[in-house]
Write a protein that binds this ligand. Sequence first.
Ligand SMILES: Cc1cc2nc3c(=O)[nH]c(=O)nc-3n(C[C@H](O)[C@H](O)[C@H](O)COP(=O)(O)O)c2cc1C
Ligand code: SF4
Length: 434
Amino acid sequence: MNTALTTRRASRLIAPDALHGPPTLEAHLRRYGPLSLGGGPGAQGRDRLLAEIERSGLTGRGGAGFPTARKLASARAADRPALIVNAMEGEPASAKDRLLVGTTPHLVLDGADVVATVLGAQRTVLCVADSAPEMARSLVRAQQERTGRGRAGDAEVRTLSGRYVAGEESALASAVAGGPGVPRFRPDKSVPLSVGRHAAVVHNAETLAHVALIARYGADWFREVGAAEAPGTCLVTISGGVECPGVVEVATGAPVSEIIGLARLSSPPQAVLVGGYGGTWLAGEDLGVPFAPGELSRLGASMGAGVLVVLPGGTCGIQETALVARFMAGQSAGQCGPCLFGLPAIADDLAAIADGTAAPEVLDRLLVRCGAVAGRGACRHPDGVVRLVRSALEVFSADVASHVHGHPCRGRAAPSGLMAQSGLMGSFRDGWGR
Ligand SMILES: Cc1cc2nc3c(=O)[nH]c(=O)nc-3n(C[C@H](O)[C@H](O)[C@H](O)COP(=O)(O)O)c2cc1C
Ligand code: SF4
């Protein structure tokens, strides 16, 4: 796999010379200027910072796309909450947080300082996965330069088990509190997360890097680019049928076809998986859609963790989806029946369809199983799998029909293993993981 960075359309977060290694604090401050922690001291200053973040329209970049200011406003109601920085990047097809933390750690730490100030946070914990030790090293190195300069310099860096569900926010809060890194049952999601006796708030690393820029340059600057509903830039990891897989930074709202073009297509795409392994397939004819929440949702998709996996022509989308569904079934935390038993059953049905060994009624059973699992987990892991499978059955419906009638499509003879390759593990190690 070619692991070079592809062209970038914007370079707010990732500097053009990023692969030369993370800048020193001095170089970082030369590039971005000093971090202003708000328009004045005390509660008023914090209010002004929060108002600026709200006006910016920043939405979370960890997957759910929730408005950042709204989350901060409710967390502020708690007494000195804990801030958890989510740099777990459990999504196998995503490498954006690794690139960001590896090349621009000071921006993430700046953002953590701003949010900790707004919240009056009692502590900040930076969480990375054990599968990416270079991220912890990058953060610790950056922290050493910041001793005595803000809370993030003294924040705890925690290396946690990097399973897919470990980055879910309640799993992270549980692990930080010393418990198992699996999602908690939260019947009422409006009840804040907690770590010990304190409330906790979880923000994705990229979200915090944007906060650092908003604190410096203001909401108007932030909104100068991107879609009005989710302004700014975003990091997108492109993989699959492209010559230059990697991470690009683009303005939100750029057409999906244009974004994947930055990674140089090896052939006209048959479809693109949008959002991540728990995302949605978009057919080739829909790729003109802007990469923005509203437009994508009309096609049943979302930006997710900023992932685009390109499926080239001549590849079987059903087989590729079956591989992902099997992987995702194996990632269940094993706490909820529909997830523990339903996901393997869904993966089995899809595998049988992919192989051309399924009786026609298996398709109906698969749809019933999807319906029985959706919305029934303590976390949204099973919902992601159902979304992925349903979209595959729709986008590749002609192939599905052939498969269930015993005529698997051309891709069957030579499965590309695209999904198995799409995880960009190690992609950027040569660039910055020293
Ligand atoms: C199964 C599952 C896994 C997740 N893994 C991650 C992850 O690895 N990193 C991340 O930032 N968010 C992950 N999320 C989303 C987090 O729960 C949470 O929404 C996010 O960290 C909030 O940050 P944001 O508001 O800045 O986006 C995951 C969600 C689910 C349901
Ligand atoms: S839905 Fe699945 S992954 Fe989520 S908590 Fe339940 S068993 Fe774990």
